[in-house]
Design a protein around this ligand. Sequence first.
Ligand code: KG4
Ligand code: ZN
Length: 343
Amino acid sequence: MIVLGIETSCDETAAALVSSDRKILSESIYSQIKAHKEYLGVVPELAARSHIDHCSKVIKDALNKANLSISQIDGISATAGPGLLGGLLVGLTTAKAISFASKKPFIAINHLDGHALTPRLAHKLEFPYLLLLISGGHSMFLSVEGPGQYKLLGQSIDDAMGEAFDKIGRLLGLGYPGGPEIEKIAVNGDHLRFIFPHPLKGRNNCDFSFSGLKTSVRQTAEKLSPLTFKDKEDIAASFQYTICKIIEERLNNAIQAYLTYHPNAKTLAAAGGVAANNMIRKTLESVANKNNFNLFIPEVKLCTDNGAMIAWAGIEHRLLGHESNYSFDVRARWPLGENCYEF
Ligand code: KG4
Ligand code: ZN
């Protein structure tokens, strides 16, 4: 089975063709980072216009690279939410139009479902698995039981982890998106120069909170103002180190919570843009080893938003016979596990 996946929920216009034997046949991605950089964040109206300009191009490009035509594929999936409505409308409407014209099944995908199932595209991985999903909009621990089937073990009670990286990046004048920029300058920083708070430490759950950490970083920066580049490197390193310490502690709790559902389970996975961070990947590896869990994290380009994850989620759902109705509309918010498929 081959599915065309279309992703337009935020600032990447992406399409990919993926086969059910876990092969990415082709990918095409247009990153809008340049368009949003001067505003230090995504401008929804600019994003929507850019998706209109690039959506058909990336789809044609993906088909050309795979040397395939629409008549040779078995379904079209597109992100229907959560995300920015303008962009979602472009991708979803395009998918419906291609599906209607070609009479191939259409599958509306929850963006989080896309991230959560990507470890199974990247690795041969059975359900269930414990997943740390960390992106620009979400930070959560999930027990992944099947496509669209999740148990939420814990989540952020305020900012998402990627959002915290982006806000600290902006505070340090590093530009957008903050995560990769912080990682870059943290390499030469002293991670022990600043001791930042660790919200929820000691609480017997696996929720996250970043607002106290963010405030403390802001106060430190204000006290030092004007910041030298060395100050910025040290703040970035200390912030990234604190995030890793938070993940370490919260993950130990999440593993205990997960084991109450699946006592013999041994599989940990991570997904979402923040899982591209090297220090976070190393932290996860160390916690997994200590708990005798096997760790699976997709390669960096499959952690950040991409078309292959949406195509793969489409395959997982099609293999279960799922199909969406054309009346399925875009959703700015769409809690995981709330599925709307026909069988
Ligand atoms: O999954 P994603 O591409 O889009 C969403 O669904 O949100 O995640 C984007 C987020 C941004 O907040 C970005 O700063 C963060 O992932 N990110 C990183 C890194 N690369 C991307 N955060 C920390 N370190 C990175 N290397
Ligand atoms: Zn994402």
